[in-house]
Design a protein around this ligand. Structure first.
Ligand code: NAI
Ligand SMILES: O=C(O)C1=N[C@H](C(=O)O)C[C@H](O)C1
Length: 264
């Protein structure tokens, strides 16, 4: 039986790729494409919007159709709505939206008591693998003589609303946990003085249509290591999210991440 999937934020950049890839995947069935009712294309066919032709799936904000999983790539308010939809439908939730406030995060954690939730700031295989590599590097370099300075650079398209990216913040969190760092700063200006070792700095670049790029720098005295992971287009995120939906459907309630989905 195919996994029945609903998409929240279906007219967005990511939503359109989910519709386009999802409708070609025989192991799943798209059953609902949610948008907020004020969207200028509300009611139109999601397939036409995604450029794959009519699918008979219109942009809606309510359905009585059952589904096994709902995937959310939207905005914080949309993510809130997706959690409520998932709990009401007793469906798995794949939460991909970034830039969430603490109230939204608390709601997701609470939902994981009653439904399976896959929650990750990046659904990309290579990003999640790079996170593993960074954890190895952080562990190995935490006591290196002279210290290792960690800086995280991210580049995204000009339309991105949150900064820094959720992925950059997750990289920082994982590295900080391994190295015992508690200070996180965002850019530098003026005369901040010599760099302390126990901080991680984030730098967010916004240009053109960049679908996402992260560089993690470990700077030592005498040598530097940089790990870069770069998306060529959004399909790495969309296919990861569809995989996560299939993974989570029917799983026991709980919080899962992409390492669980990808077996990393
Ligand atoms: N975890 C991951 O792998 C990735 C996460 N993202 C995140 O996904 C989010 C969306 O990214 P994009 O698609 O580029 O943004 P977008 O702005 O193109 O799409 C967001 C969509 O959500 C819709 N929306 C707004 N309110 C809604 C509501 N109440 N209910 C349902 N839909 C609603 C908007 O109308 C829009 O169509 C961002 O937070 C981004 O950072 C993006 C790519 C990968
Ligand atoms: O908004 C985007 O485009 C992306 N957002 C995610 C993030 O904030 O980490 C993931 C990816 O980098 C693309």
């Amino acid at each position: 039986m195919p996994t029945k999937v609903a998409i929240n934020g279906a007219a967005g950049r990511m939503g359109q790729r989910l519709v386009a890839l999802g409708c070609q995947d025989e192991s799943l069935e798209l059953v609902a494409c949610f948008e907020y009712s004020g969207h200028p294309k509300f009611g139109q066919d999601a397939g036409n919007i995604a450029g794959v032709g009519e699918l008979g799936l219109h942009l809606i904000d309510h359905t009585d159709e059952a589904y096994d999983a709902i995937i959310d790539f939207s905005v914080p308010e949309g993510a809130h709505a997706a959690v409520e939809r998932a709990v009401a439908a007793k469906a798995a939730l794949v939460m991909a939206t970034t830039g969430l406030e603490e109230e939204h995060k608390a709601k997701i954690r609470e939902a994981a008591n009653v439904i399976p939730v896959v929650w990750a700031p990046s659904m990309s295989t290579t990003v999640n693998l790079t996170m593993k590599l960074c954890e190895i590097a952080a562990e190995a370099l935490k006591d290196v003589p002279g210290g290792a300075d960690v800086e995280i650079l991210e580049r995204h398209h000009r339309f991105k609303e949150d900064s820094p990216s959720g992925t950059a913040l997750r990289f920082g969190e994982l590295i900080a946990n391994k190295m015992g760092i508690t200070r996180h700063i965002h850019g530098r200006e003026g005369r901040p003085g010599a760099r302390p070792h126990d901080e991680i700095a984030y730098h967010a670049i916004r240009t053109g249509d960049n679908p996402g790029e992260h560089t993690i720098i470990f700077g030592l005295l005498g040598e530097t290591m940089e790990l870069t992971v770069r998306a060529s287009n959004r399909d790495c995120y969309a296919s990861g999210a569809l995989q996560a939906a299939k993974f989570a459907a029917g799983k026991p309630p709980g919080l899962y991440n992409m390492n669980d989905v990808l077996g990393l």
